[in-house]
Ligand binder design. Structure first.
Ligand SMILES: Cc1cc2nc3c(=O)[nH]c(=O)nc-3n(C[C@H](O)[C@H](O)[C@H](O)COP(=O)(O)OP(=O)(O)OC[C@H]3O[C@@H](n4cnc5c(N)ncnc54)[C@H](O)[C@@H]3O)c2cc1C
Length: 426
């Protein structure tokens, strides 16, 4: 059996790695001249700049790949104990993510804090409930709107009022084993001593991981070779590229939904229409250099604030990346995002950074992602109508968890299924 993989971002690379471990024949094609997809690390003025993800969690799945690739001594750990701040009423306030922070923060008033304690008395998510309605009902308006809603939805650049719990937060809570009360789950986890895996990156950025995966499997991955079409052929498929035709038994697509729609249109028009329903949000990334010496992981800027950015990562502080800060611009915070020039985005990022932290900053690089992040908004109802023909699989972030540990898990699970099918002759 041969598996054809479209895309060599982290999902495609992890899939190739897991398939190769199980001796399954695989051919992967990547449109760009470099592997990694949205994982892209660069040096700008001597600093490691991450155009996409800034860091990840060293989950067991990641740890085993790191060891396979001999990258353990390249790991760099972030300081998990630093606070996350919320920009509220013109000031930076600590987001209460621990019991100590919940007691001491001035982000919530006494009534807002007390209201959170009523959460165990509230019921589970209701059909068609939005993330905003759900969090307000369970934890009160202050906690929901000042930090919990934005903390979750800000990852995707979507307004919590446009996200349905069933297709977004509900799935995360279910996976984490939260049945009815989030608060009781947190207390239980703390009691049992459960800890999140540490935050990490690599000395030269996350690109070390994707480059390492590519180098380990370079003979199976063709760079600068976009798949132009997929055709059905006698019990299998043909992947058409400028270099020729690859005959495969199974096809895995790891690209964003619009590209999957283009490639699958000739095979299944209904599937194409379903794939076109998934919305994405563009994201602008402005990389700033500043002498600001605050200690923290970053700043969350809830929708509705007058700031024109949606958040900041303080790479300088928690990742020890000297003087570097990453500023996020999404269409909620800056509706002109897609038309703005890079110079304009740089100016907006630096001005808002100074307003929020009080320290001047200089833009050193700007990058815009389009299509950007899966929005996980109401358009995710489309997932109920997603029916794939035999031999076609999706291992893209819009059908699973977008975080890199989630991508690694999805890839490993699919590789197991394909390897099992191959050994049973299915
Ligand atoms: C700005 C940003 C910040 C993020 N921050 C974090 C973070 O801090 N931590 C975290 O864990 N996650 C983060 N994420 C999420 C995570 O990085 C992504 O979900 C994940 O990297 C996506 O990987 P992927 O391989 O599924 O998709 P992609 O990286 O999109 O890869 C798809 C690949 O397919 C290729 N391709 C497209 N069309 C074709 C074609 N026709 N033929 C061949 N190849 C094709 C593309 O060139 C691309 O390389 C972030 C994402 C973004 C965008």
């Amino acid at each position: 059996m041969k598996v054809g993989v479209v895309g060599a971002g982290i999902s495609g690379l992890a899939l190739v790695h897991s398939l190769a471990e199980q001796d399954v024949d695989v051919a992967a094609f990547e449109a760009r001249e470099a592997p990694g997809g949205v994982v892209q690390s660069r040096r700008v003025d001597g600093r490691v700049v991450e155009l996409g993800p800034q860091r990840l969690r060293l989950t067991p799945g990641l740890e085993s790949i790191v060891d396979d690739l001999g990258l353990r001594d390249r790991l760099a750990f972030g300081d998990d104990d630093q606070p996350i701040y919320v920009y509220h009423d013109g000031e930076l306030r600590v987001a209460p993510l621990s019991v100590r922070e919940a007691v001491t923060t001035d982000l919530l008033g006494p009534l807002g804090k007390l209201r959170m304690l009523l959460e165990p008395l509230t019921g589970p998510a209701r059909p068609d409930e939005t993330v905003d309605d759900f969090l307000v009902r369970k934890l009160g308006t202050q906690a929901a709107r000042r930090y919990l809603g934005p903390l979750y939805s800000g990852l995707y650049g979507t307004d919590p009022r446009d996200m349905l719990v069933e297709y977004s937060l509900g799935r995360v809570l279910e996976k984490a084993g939260v049945d009815r009360s989030v608060l009781l789950w947190v207390v239980r986890t703390l009691w049992e001593g459960g800890e999140s895996p540490p935050i990490c990156t690599f000395e030269d950025g996350l690109g070390e991981l994707t480059d390492g995966l590519y180098e380990a499997h370079a003979d199976a991955i063709s760079l600068e070779t976009p798949v132009e079409s997929i055709r059905e052929r006698e019990g299998g498929y043909e992947l058409e590229t400028a270099e020729g035709t690859e005959r495969v038994d199974e096809v895995v697509l790891t690209a964003p939904a619009p590209t999957c729609a283009d490639l699958l249109a000739p095979i299944d028009a209904d599937l194409e229409a379903t794939l076109r329903r998934f919305n994405y949000n563009p994201i602008g990334m402005v990389f700033l250099e500043s002498a600001f010496d605050g200690t923290g992981i970053g700043t969350l800027i809830p929708p509705g604030s007058d700031a024109q950015i949606s958040g900041l990562t303080w790479n300088s502080s928690f990742l020890d990346r000297d003087g570097l800060f990453t500023c996020y611009v999404d269409p909620l915070s800056y509706p002109a995002l897609t038309e703005a020039s890079e110079a304009e985005l740089g100016r907006v990022g630096a001005a808002e950074f100074e307003r929020i932290t009080g320290a001047p900053a200089t833009p050193i690089h700007v990058h815009r992602w389009e299509p950007g992040m899966p929005a996980y908004d109401r358009s995710w109802r489309a997932i109920d109508d997603l029916e794939l023909p035999d031999g076609i699989h999706l291992c893209s972030n819009f059908v699973g968890r977008p975080g890199i540990p989630g991508r690694l898990r999805n890839a490993a699970r699919l590789a197991d299924e394909l390897a099992e099918g191959s050994s049973s002759g299915a």
